[in-house]
Design a protein around this ligand. Sequence first.
Ligand code: ASP
Length: 327
Amino acid sequence: MSRVLILHTGGTLGMTGEPLVPDAFANALDEAVPELNELAQLETRILFNLDSSDVGPEHWTRLAHEIYEARHDYDGVVIVHGTDTMAYTASALSFALRDLARPVILTGAQRPLAAHRTDARRNLVDAVELATRGVEGVGLCFDGLLLRGVRATKSNVQDYRAFDSPGTAPLARLGVDVVIDEMAQRSTGRCVFEPDFDPSVLVVRVAPGMQAGLIERLAGQSEQFGGLVLAAYGLGTTPTRGPDIPSAVRTVVDAGIDVLVVTQSAGRIDLDKYENSRALRDAGAIDGGEMTVEAGTTKLMHALANVADRGQRREYLLENVVGEREG
Ligand code: ASP
């Protein structure tokens, strides 16, 4: 029988009360869902028990260590996590644990395990099932889909279909049968373990009328800020008349801050396409490809912590490291 490690970190799945708060209920996950024991030999550890809005870089590092150290003792790992930042944690772990050659499956629920009509039971069972199936790398299992962790985004707060992976197909579908795409098994088997993140990154979503001076001001704070993720319009355009965002970006880049451009829409950045996107390219901003805000933010934090040389950091950000930029 496969051995699966369940790491509990919090989230609605194990919450009770009104307002919902994390509860010790998670202690008894496999007692509450006994069929889990038919799928695998389980060990459950409560790493922390938080609403995921309180989960951040230090927790990603802790999770990465826990998983790396357990990799020879288990066939797979399931992480129970709140949905609000699950896609950030999934992206962060994708960079921290590359080619682990083990399934690491994040899951959670829109309704607590103790509530009627809960989606927690199905998501847990699906996640444990996938953790026994040899799918490679970090995935997010929710509502019958396995999504590539680094491409996932929370797209809905009301529906049980809470996550999407824009521009890339699910790695597995769990319906009557479990259908796993061959893309889910492409490990080289040489694990790269880089668990650290530098949180000195600001995320700014471009909006009409936005004051370029607000971005420019970051240049004077370059000791606190290592990076800026700019969520631009469409293929990577920003206002250039009146507020001149590209000029502000130039000032920030010249001050030593890395600027990574992602799109507010689903799709990919192409800074060559428009005059208003070339301006960002010429200002020294880095094209984020198909990266979601979650992937772009965690990758920039990862790059700042692990790649000291600025030129090499730019190359790392432009490289398709774990399928975050394309594919
Ligand atoms: N606020 C909760 C969390 O992210 C939401 C959830 O788990 O669905 O922890």
